[in-house]
Design a protein around this ligand. Structure first.
Ligand code: BDR
Ligand code: CA
Length: 322
């Protein structure tokens, strides 16, 4: 199969489901596997949701592996108030039971093996807390050679969502995020700042629900829950935007900044701190702060119409690839 080789690491999740539908149906991607992690809901629910969503997308061929059931140090905090107790806004029970099991190997080993044997370096797309990815980098460092780049949903330059300055995926496992951001790999953050901008209106959501395509129908039903749950007239495609930025990187404006994760502050733990000062300043030791010592790409603007079109076309007019 052609396309950019990718692995999604998910905590499915309403918008992780939208990301899975896009990645599964886009002819521009070669979805090699999906690894699961505790985040929005516990990993057992994440696995079940992921298998069911992939089945709707007609992609029962994509391997799914079970990953870490808790962050490295942080307590587990459920996001059921956003995603519903089942992680799918109550839709899990309406989807057919998966006709297959997840992989017998742990997600970290699954990833390490996949990266070692892939015919070309793979793009990792983490859409939940970074626990699996951090453990991979620490425990299986040889896997790094198989990683082309990491495009993750996480972080915020402005306001957070899980706390005043903490975005959920980073706040749920700050130590894991710090390991990934300081790994020296090519890392791009699709931040909360752009996450909220790629939206569909209620009328468009209704259109998707009425589509002939099972993937579009499910996307519509998931977004319909989001609209009702938050009493809004439009809703974001969330994590799916990060996948769109892998397919069409020109649609995402980024800046390269040193960025570290705040690990200790009472009010700031999980904050992604970007050093936006001129380059000549940021690499110098100062009385107040040592150089951060890393450089990552941080999203600053998104081509909303481009990503909306990309998403809708992928779920409504899926390529014939099965
Ligand atoms: C992130 O947190 C989760 O609730 C979403 O799936 C997304 O990955 C947004 O902060
Ligand atoms: Ca997610």
């Amino acid at each position: 199969m052609t396309g950019i080789p990718v692995v999604l690491d998910v905590d499915t999740g309403l918008d992780d489901s939208l990301a899975l539908l896009l990645a599964a149906r886009s002819p521009a991607l070669n979805l090699l596997g999906v690894t699961c992690v505790t985040g929005n809901v516990t990993v057992d629910k994440v696995v079940d949701n992921t298998l069911k969503v992939l089945a709707v997308a007609g992609r029962g061929d994509v391997p799914v592996a079970i990953g870490r059931d808790k962050p490295l140090l942080e307590k587990v905090v459920s996001a059921a108030y956003v995603h519903g107790e089942d992680g799918l806004g109550g839709l899990n029970a309406t989807l057919s039971n998966p006709e297959r099991d997840p992989e017998p190997t742990h997600a970290v080993d699954f990833l390490a093996n996949l990266l070692a044997t892939a015919s070309e370096p793979v793009t990792l797309v983490p859409l939940g807390p970074l626990t699996n990815i951090a453990v991979l980098l620490r425990e299986r460092p040889e896997a790094v050679a198989g990683i082309h780049r990491i495009v993750l949903m996480g972080g915020a330059v402005g306001s957070g969502n899980a706390s005043a300055v903490g975005e959920f995926n980073i706040r749920q496992d700050p130590e894991a995020a710090e390991i990934v951001l300081t790994s020296g790999l090519d890392v791009t953050l699709y931040t909360w700042d752009v996450f909220t901008q790629v939206t569909f209106a209620a009328t468009e959501v209704a259109g998707m629900m009425g589509s002939d395509s099972p993937s579009a129908q499910l996307a519509g039903r998931l977004m319909d829950f989001m609209l009702r749950n938050h009493d809004r007239t439009e809703t974001s495609i969330g994590d799916a935007g990060a996948v769109a930025s892998v397919i069409e990187p020109e649609g995402l404006e980024t800046r390269q900044w040193p960025m570290r994760v705040e690990l200790t502050g009472t009010w700031t733990r999980g904050m992604t701190v970007a050093d936006q000062r001129p380059g000549t300043w940021v690499h110098k030791e100062s009385a107040w702060q040592p150089p951060m010592g890393n450089l990552v790409s941080v999203s600053t603007a998104v081509d909303v119409e481009r990503f909306r079109t990309l998403f809708r076309q992928a779920v409504e007019h899926p390529a014939d690839r099965n």
